[in-house]
Design a protein around this ligand. Structure first.
Ligand code: DOR
Ligand code: ZN
Length: 345
């Protein structure tokens, strides 16, 4: 392989937040420029809980770029009281790609999320019957659980329970952030995980600095220990089919990023995410595995075709702008103001 340039099948981003209105208009180009498909998260201010809302949102997204074949895919935001008939119909018509489980109050706009897993068993039965996927924000939120242990508690207390009852259900543990979660994926059937760039680049030391929170490195699940970062790098760079690209790029207005835990969680990486992944794979001497992670493993798990086009990424130094701005929008870019070593052509 030419050291200075790699060519890979066009990627997809299996977990991203594009928001609405002016933020959507500002950020969607970064995803549509690189990816063929994105799973766009349904945690809007009014969550996407029906087929009609999903269609409206897809149209809103598509209007933000012209002459582009970019495909937004949307999972249904699961609640305790979902309309099951609409859910089933919308899955059959492929309006929804699956169901997204947000345990209540774990992250941005998750207050309508699921209060008790057993309440969504009828929903899981439908997913299981139709052979569709359950996408999971895998954190258990409770006053006695430390922020760093939420993923482990979710696996032990909730995921194992779901898997016992629905052993054939395909589950994606999204933005897996711990060695514990990644090992669970690796060791169990019908499981996959998306891995973000930030969970392979930063640890809790980059988030909690003295008594402050660095809000630009703060996301949920929060970055963890060095051993977790190392494990995630190992799985991502191994070619293991169970792990694939999901940036969890999550833009917030700079005014919502404050130096404490009331900051909105979310790291905005889409202006440089494929470049950061290339850098990580380069550091791990695994550039030959980037294509599996970014472009092949995801469509195989989701039973969708692998893309036909290719993209080129060049080893070339450039400096990313500190902010993404547009009219009233100002968003801090992850790695903004820093030098990067790879650039998409
Ligand atoms: O950090 C996060 N931000 N994690 C999530 O799960 C949601 C996301 C957001 O929507 O801001
Ligand atoms: Zn997310």
């Amino acid at each position: 392989m030419n050291e200075a340039m790699i060519e890979i099948i066009q990627p997809d981003d299996w977990h991203i937040h594009l928001r609405q209105e002016e933020i959507l208009n500002t950020v969607s180009q970064y995803s549509s420029r690189i990816n063929n498909r994105c799973i766009v998260m349904p945690n809007l201010d009014i969550p996407i809980t029906t087929g009609e809302l999903a269609n409206q949102y897809k149209n809103e997204i598509k209007k933000t770029f012209q002459n582009n074949s970019f495909i937004p895919l949307i999972p249904c935001y699961l609640t305790d009281s979902l309309n099951l008939i609409d859910f089933e119909e919308s899955l059959k018509k492929e309006i929804f790609i699956g169901g997204k489980l947000y345990p209540a109050n774990v992250t941005t706009n998750s207050e309508y999320g699921v209060s008790n897993i057993e309440k969504i068993y009828p929903v899981l039965e439908i997913l299981d019957k139709l052979n569709k996927n359950l996408l999971v924000h895998g954190e258990k939120n409770s006053q006695n659980i430390n922020i760093f242990d939420r993923e482990k508690y979710f696996v032990d207390d909730e995921l194992i329970k779901i898997r016992k009852k629905f052993s054939n259900l395909n589950i994606i543990l999204e933005h897996v952030s711990s060695k514990y979660g990644a090992d669970f994926i690796s060791e169990n059937n019908n499981m996959a995980g998306t891995i973000t760039p930030q969970h392979m680049l930063i640890t809790k030391k980059d988030v909690f600095v003295d008594d402050d929170v660095n809000p630009h490195n703060f996301c949920m699940p929060v970055a963890k220990e060095e051993k977790d970062l190392i494990a995630l790098r190992k799985y991502a760079c191994s070619g293991n089919r169970k792990f694939f690209l999901g940036t969890d790029s999550a833009p917030h207005h700079i005014k919502d990023k404050v130096p404490n835990l009331s900051s909105k969680p979310g790291i905005f990486s889409s202006p440089c995410s494929i470049e950061l992944y290339a850098e990580i794979f380069d550091q791990e001497n695994a550039l030959n595995k980037l294509e599996s992670f970014a472009s092949i493993n995801g469509p195989i798990f989701y039973k969708l075709p692998v893309n036909k086009n290719k993209i080129k990424i060049m080893k070339k130094k450039w400096i990313l702008n500190e902010y993404t701005t547009n009219n009233k929008v100002k968003i801090k870019n992850f790695y903004g103001g820093q030098e990067l070593n790879w650039k998409v052509l």
